[in-house]
Design a protein around this ligand. Structure first.
Ligand SMILES: N[C@@H](CCC(=O)N[C@@H](CS)C(=O)NCC(=O)O)C(=O)O
Length: 198
């Protein structure tokens, strides 16, 4: 299979983390692409020109990081990343982890599309407020919990580290110390350490 990715995309990173957790590096080739360049060869694969895009052995181009992760979970169930118990908690963390990435990317993408004026202030304010509330909710849920790690935990770490990469000024660790402690338990995991954005 072929995975189109970019090294800074948190969405692509989540899929790359799943690939490593399941030991699929030999089955899935990673192809770096600049999705913003809308290159003909990539648009022919994914009309939206976004990463991640996974082309399956049958030739279907799958889009949307969480759907790709769930597809891989179905095809390669071991080790399980969506366990049968506490599934609602796993999906809760998947949603909020994805939301950290989404709210951050919304600001970065708007600035990228209009470099002269930058992202509209109202959008930046709303997304930053959303980020703070999302972090507060995760702080409350994850305080004192042992990381599993399941797909939800992995999505949360990917989101948090995207904030480190693009929004260091948020200083989320000093505002949410329990979340920072929880994150310490996972950050050096090889699937995560080997895919950090740079
Ligand atoms: N909802 C999608 C978002 C994917 C996405 O927006 N990826 C960004 C890279 S971080 C991209 O390819 N952007 C190019 C564009 O929007 O034109 C997912 O979860 O996979």
């Amino acid at each position: 299979m072929k995975l189109y990715m970019s090294p800074t995309s948190p969405y692509a990173r989540l899929v790359r983390v799943v690939v490593r957790e399941k030991g699929l590096q030999d089955r899935i080739d990673e192809n770096p692409v600049d999705p913003w360049a809308s290159e003909d060869h990539f648009v022919a694969v994914n009309p939206v020109s976004r990463v991640p895009t996974l082309v399956t052995d049958a030739g279907y181009a799958l889009t949307e990081s969480l759907l790709i992760a769930q597809y891989l979970e179905g095809e390669f169930p071991q080790p399980p990343l969506i366990p049968n118990s506490n599934t609602d908690l796993v999906y809760y963390k998947m949603g909020l982890g994805h939301a950290l990435s989404d709210q951050g990317v919304a600001v970065i993408a708007a600035g990228k599309l209009d470099p002269e004026r930058g992202a509209p202030e109202a959008l930046v304010d709303r997304r930053r407020e959303g980020l703070r509330r999302t972090l507060a909710a995760l702080e409350e849920t994850l305080a004192g919990r042992e990381p599993a790690p399941d797909l939800g935990d992995l999505a949360v770490v990917v989101g948090l580290e995207y904030l480190d990469f693009r929004f260091a000024d948020l200083e989320w660790r000093s505002h949410f110390p329990a979340l920072a402690k929880w994150h310490e338990g996972l950050r050096s995991r090889p699937s995560l350490a080997g895919t950090a954005p740079a």
